[in-house]
Structure formats: C-alpha cells, structure tokens
Design a protein around this ligand. Structure first.
Ligand SMILES: Nc1ncnc2c1ncn2[C@@H]1O[C@H](COP(=O)(O)OP(=O)(O)OP(=O)(O)O)[C@@H](O)[C@H]1O
Length: 238
C-alpha cells in the first residue's frame, strides 16, 4: 500500500502525494502518458528512488511491513521483483546466466532448479537459446527473459514497468498475455505501469491513471477504468 508518496530527483519533485493499493492476487495497472511519474513510482516500490514523504507498506501474514526506506536488496527479500523499463539485461551474459542472476533472493536459492525448469516451460525459446548471449536476442525475446529473470526470485509481487517499450505490436500482445499467464501460474500480485492502454486492459483487474505525479482517476473495476472520461481524453481522442 502506498500512502501520500512524494518523490523526485534532487530538486525536481515528480510524485506529489500519490496513494495506491494492490490487493493480493490482483493485477493493478498504472496508466498515464509519458512523464507522469509511473516509472518513478515503480522505482520507489523497488527501492531505486527514495521517497521524501509518505509510506510504502506490505501486508504480510497479518503484519504491515514498512518498505519506505529499505534498499532494493531488502525489498527483494520480501518477495517483490521488478521487470524494469528497458529490461536491463546483461547483454554479454547468456540467457541462462541472466536468469540465474534473478535468483539471489535467499528464499529462491533452494528453488533454482525448479524455477529454471518453470521458466523454460513457460518460455521454451529461452530454453532453446539458453547458451546464447542475451544481447543477440530480439526485443520480444529479451522481454521474455526479463520476465523469466524476475520469476527466478520466487516473487509474490511482480512489478512490470512499461513492458511494451521498444516492442513490435505483436510482441507487446504476447508479452502482456504472458504476464497474465505467469500471474495465474505463480499466484502473483501484479503491478504494471503501461502507456499502451488497450493492451494493459487485457489483463487489468483495476487501475489508476497518473497525471503530473498524482492519481487523477482510480477505478475499482477494469470496466470502470475503460469507460472513464479521463481515459477517453488521454487515449481515445475523446
Ligand atoms: N533520473 C532522473 N533525473 C531527473 N528527472 C527525471 C529522472 N527520471 C525521470 N525524470 C523526470 O521525472 C518525470 C517523470 O518521469 P517518469 O519516468 O516517472 O514518468 P513515466 O510516467 O514513467 O514516463 P515514461 O513512460 O517516459 O517513463 C519526467 O518529467 C522525467 O523527465
């Protein structure tokens, strides 16, 4: 749960008191056009950007854990994993080496073989190319690898930042569908930032629209989000 979050870069304030919530097992999408703070929020959630005000808490076994000022390594230990914007793979490492880098969370170290098998089952192309350098793969394959790497840490919450960036339309559809499948198979909670409204709505349970670092609209159902005037203005030329 994110409450009244303020964050930015030096003197540039990007998030201005933003509050959102993701309940267990749902897919929450963060919509909004370029530069409205989606990635900054994601970076706060994974400990890459430190909030200046507000809180980020995780409900775990009936306890509220304060993540607000924890570093990425500590946040990952609580079962939160990210597929970052631009994927941030290691191009000079093989597919399998990239996957193994995702498994450093303590709880995942004893499950490396099982998780690797799961990834290869979910993404046969990764198995086929496991000894290939990741930098030599297509954008769509790299997105699959980034998803696989995130799954290697046995997360309970998966953060996905703009999976469509740099992908051909057909690959965007495949990547989004895969996120939906992984969520079901792994029993994940998914928080996904995405500019591509139509694609995001294919797997959204509900969502928020961010404008200028604030929640401009929040919807309890995907239908409510789809039918909102703001979405119509931002995406459908309404
Ligand atoms: N490292 C940085 N230093 C300074 N300003 C930044 C930095 N990263 C992002 N910003 C600024 O913060 C604002 C919000 O950016 P952010 O990336 O969070 O938006 P976004 O909604 O995710 O958009 P995008 O789709 O472009 O990533 C923008 O004005 C951007 O220029």
């Amino acid at each position: 749960m994110v409450r009244d979050l303020h964050a930015g870069y030096g003197t540039v304030q990007v998030l201005h008191g933003l509050s959102i919530e993701a309940r267990e097992g749902e897919t929450v999408v963060l919509l909004g056009t370029n530069g409205n703070g989606k990635s900054t929020l994601m970076k706060c959630l994974i400990g890459d950007v430190r909030p200046t005000q507000g809180s980020i808490t995780l409900e775990l076994d009936g306890q509220a854990i304060d993540l607000t000022h924890l570093g990425t390594d500590q946040i990952v230990e609580y079962g939160i994993s990210i597929v970052p914007e631009g994927r941030r793979l290691f191009p000079q490492l093989t597919v399998e080496e990239n996957l193994l880098l995702g498994a450093y969370r303590k709880a995942a170290r004893s499950k490396i073989a099982a998780n690797l098998e799961f990834c290869y089952g979910a993404f046969p192309i990764l198995k086929e190319r496991r000894r290939q350098l990741s930098g030599s793969m297509s954008g769509g394959q790299q997105q699959m690898l980034a998803l696989g790497r995130a799954i290697m840490s046995s997360p309970r919450i998966l953060l996905v930042d703009e999976p469509s960036v740099g992908l051909a339309p057909i690959m965007v559809s495949q990547a989004i569908a895969k996120i939906g499948e992984l969520k079901e198979q792994f029993g994940l909670t998914v928080v996904m930032a995405e500019q591509n409204f139509q694609e995001a709505m294919r797997i959204a349970d509900r969502g928020y629209v961010l404008v200028h670092g604030e929640v401009a609209f929040s919807a309890e159902t995907a239908a409510e989000l789809r039918d909102s005037e703001l979405i119509s203005q931002l995406y459908l030329g309404g």
